[in-house]
Design a protein around this ligand. Structure first.
Ligand SMILES: [Zn+2]
Ligand SMILES: [Zn+2]
Length: 224
């Protein structure tokens, strides 16, 4: 069995800290947002989707603000349209307005579609998880995954929700249980060495186990 390009990227991500699905997804979403912000001029479909969503979701809007360089003009162009359409759809509400005006405005504030970056993210996550499951027959791939930080709980749940692939899912769960057993051991070592009786013992791999546990149970920072 040969490895797909997704599987090669997973193989590289296995050697890095934290969930490999989170890592590759965050990378892909970053590039998606970067190109969305720079290529806004020729993408009426992008304008349409961002307007329908009433802007990107908080996670992705703040990603643009904090991590996409020189994003201000792109944000101005996209979001001017969001505000203009939202005001138009709300209709003018007078200070002495009645129920009809309030109801129409309230309905117009609701998103009419999902955050386009969340849609992109969901597609990437599904591709990566499917590739992870489909390559667990591959010894080199599986060995590298077993030595990795493992996938986070939200991504494990998502993998198990994919249709079919029961054998691969059992294999994934077995590997993940080994990874979490090692993590549990690291946490108990951390607690033991933290105790003043063991203060002379220096911390080893367990030193960052509390942080690794948060990453495993919640996913990497910025993914949700
Ligand atoms: Zn993850
Ligand atoms: Zn989003």
């Amino acid at each position: 069995m040969t490895l797909s390009s997704h599987a090669y990227r997973l193989l590289e991500a296995f050697e890095q800290p934290a969930c490999p699905i989170c890592r590759l997804t965050l990378d892909s979403v970053h590039h998606y947002l970067d190109s969305t912000i720079y290529e806004y001029v020729n993408k009426p479909a992008t304008h349409e989707a961002v307007r329908a969503a009433r802007g990107f979701c908080p996670t992705h809007a703040w990603h643009i603000q904090n991590h996409i360089n020189a994003s201000a003009l792109g944000v101005a162009v996209l979001y001017e349209g969001v505000i203009r359409h939202m005001l138009n759809d709300m209709g003018r509400v007078g200070a002495d307005g009645g129920k009809r005006q309030v109801t129409r405005a309230a309905a117009a504030l609701q998103p009419k579609g999902p955050c386009p970056a969340c849609t992109h993210q969901a597609i990437v996550e599904e591709h990566l998880l499917r590739n992870l499951l489909e390559h667990l027959e591959h010894d080199t791939f599986t060995g590298a995954f077993s030595r990795s930080a493992g996938i986070c709980l939200p991504h494990l749940r998502q993998a198990l929700e994919l249709p079919g692939l029961i054998r691969a899912k059992a294999h994934l769960l077995a590997i993940q249980q080994d990874i979490w057993s090692r993590l549990q051991f690291d946490l108990s070592e951390f607690m033991r060495k933290y105790d003043y009786n063991s203060a002379h013992e220096t911390m080893g791999v367990e030193a960052d186990s509390p942080r690794r546990t948060i990453e495993q149970l919640s996913g990497s920072s910025g993914i949700r």
